[in-house]
Design a protein around this ligand. Sequence first.
Ligand SMILES: Nc1ncnc2c1ncn2[C@@H]1O[C@H](COP(=O)(O)OP(=O)(O)OP(=O)(O)O)[C@@H](O)[C@H]1O
Ligand SMILES: [Mg+2]
Length: 334
Amino acid sequence: MASQANAALPDGYELEGYRIVKKISSGGFSIVYLARDELDRPVAIKEYLPSSLALRRPGELAPTISDENLPTFRIGLKCFFEEGRALARILHPNVVRVINFFRANDTVYMVMQYEQGRSLQEHILKHRERGDRKLVGERFIRMVFSQVMNGLREVHTNKLLHLDLKPANVYLRSDASPILLDFGAARQTLQADTGKLYPMYTPGFAGPELYEKNGSLGPWTDIYSIGASIFACMSGHAPQPADARLLNDKMASKYRDLADTYSEELLGVVEWCLRLDPLARPQSVFALQKALLERTPTQPKRSLLRTLRRFMRSLLPRGLRGSDPTSTISMNTR
Ligand SMILES: Nc1ncnc2c1ncn2[C@@H]1O[C@H](COP(=O)(O)OP(=O)(O)OP(=O)(O)O)[C@@H](O)[C@H]1O
Ligand SMILES: [Mg+2]
């Protein structure tokens, strides 16, 4: 079945005691709704509906799935259900809170605590559109990622891996505290047309072992994605994809470009997380957090040209100086 957009459940629809208010987002694997529970509290409900396997036309509730796709759809459904069950055990301020999960309309629903805010990806894009030179300030990165890592530690302690960590799956509440969303387990099946199960990954954010058939996945795999996400905060784009890096690694020059803006210590940690050899990376989130704490930032190394420009600008009368890109520290937490 060709991949196509699935129709969302209609606004006002009653789903096992929850009333759908509206669709919030739809991705390739699922649709997320804002809904209200019986006490009229807001919840987010995620519906498993991979568009490459299942088609729901407007006005229908259950999707149509071809006989050919049914086994794969069912394996994905089971993974989604298991993921819900595993996540429901985790109670951590930086991991999305799963309240309930159930079967209906021939698929599975995961009910989560509704969070207000926006994704880290949206945060980065907003800074990029504004043309801020320093997209996300170092203090903000350290503050957000130390909490992301707290959440991830809890996930790993529960014998789960995230496997799709990237700025789009880190949600920032209005007070800038982050929440991990969208765990990758349900995606493990979608290439099963070849009879094999492969985890799906996002190029740039996925370690090389995710590209391999029998790659050894572990905490180090999520740690690669942490490094990639911090890099995206700094540069505004994903790192070079791991498969391309294996052939011709261009990351060293990217780190050099960032050395003007971010401390050597933070760049060192990112470089460590993004090592292609899984064994050369921090092996646990704890080790990574320790390194981040120990490496207190020093001033970024400014290029001679930039220092000269700053000096020249300082000679001008205040009104004529314009904005100094090196001083726009975007600690904006929203
Ligand atoms: N608990 C929540 N509270 C508020 N909004 C949420 C919540 N969970 C998800 N969302 C919204 O839905 C968007 C997509 O969520 P998520 O990343 O879980 O799914 P997805 O990327 O669409 O999934 P997939 O790639 O599996 O289709 C988020 O960026 C956010 O806007
Ligand atoms: Mg997502």
